[in-house]
Design a protein around this ligand. Structure first.
Ligand SMILES: *[C@@H]1O[C@H](CO)[C@@H](O)[C@H](O)[C@H]1NC(C)=O
Length: 244
């Protein structure tokens, strides 16, 4: 990329060079130049992100996988990097894989079967090895031998360990927030709203107070109960038995 001279700086330098021999008497003029060169307009601060691109296809053809979208940082000369991530990953859930489908990690290990991957010409059959430190490395055990080999990172969307929710993305094990975005850390608030600020709860305590048989529920469960049954709140009389 070409380096463009900062226009404000260029303007200032040209003025200074032309005035050098007579600099001192011209101090007021110099000050005026400084201001009119619009130094405030010089680029500073972070650049700006383009809008997000569209989500990619799911990394898997069945079951859970990841989908990615990207954005680019647009920077003027002198601007800093944009804040935030250039990639965002979300979980995609396709219909379950048919029984007997080779798990994604097993498949990746098995790609090295029969190939001389180490220094010797010997070949091995490779199966996943789950005892190595980084779960997002493709650690494969040479079947019938007492060693494993790490073939670098697993592909994005590989489960970190069998039977858990985390997925590997760029070599890191991430779990999805309630917004489905991997690594977002977004949680449901106490009103059951994803990423909420605990301020959307409806308090319907009075409606249920005298209902003798009702189990004791939390506010949130009460709300859910009422909403799920589609009973308008105003039609419930205190003590009405049909609402449990
Ligand atoms: C909502 O309430 C929970 C539990 O009371 C608390 O841990 C959390 O920080 C609150 N969230 C916000 C956004 O205030």
């Amino acid at each position: 990329m070409a380096i463009h001279p900062d226009p404000a700086l260029h303007c200032l330098l040209v003025t200074l060079c032309s005035l050098k021999p007579r600099l001192f008497p011209l101090l007021p003029f110099l000050l005026w130049t400084l201001l009119s060169c619009d130094l405030r307009g010089a680029a500073q601060g972070p650049g700006e992100w383009t809008p997000w691109g569209s989500w990619s296809r799911c990394s898997s053809s069945c079951g859970r996988g990841v989908s990615v979208r990207r954005r680019q940082c647009v920077r003027l000369p002198g601007e800093e990097l944009c804040w935030g991530d250039s990639h965002e990953y979300r979980v995609c859930q396709l219909p379950d894989c048919p029984p007997g489908t080779t798990p994604f990690r097993d498949l990746q290990c098995s790609l090295y079967n029969g190939h001389p991957v180490l220094d010797t010409q010997k070949t091995y059959q490779w199966v996943p090895f789950h005892g190595a430190p980084n779960v997002c490395d493709l650690n494969c055990l040479a079947e019938g031998h007492a060693f494993y080999h790490s073939f670098g990172r697993v592909l994005d969307g590989t489960p970190c360990t069998p039977g858990t929710q985390g997925l590997c993305v760029a070599g890191r094990c991430l779990s999805a927030g309630c917004d489905g975005i991997l690594g977002s850390g977004t949680l449901e608030d106490r009103c059951g709203l994803c990423g909420g600020a605990n301020d959307s709860c409806l308090f319907v305590q009075r409606v249920f107070r005298d209902a003798g048989d009702c189990p004791i529920l939390t506010h949130h469960q009460r709300l859910r109960n009422t909403v799920e049954r589609g009973v308008p709140l105003t039609s419930l009389a205190p003590g009405s038995q049909g609402s449990c």
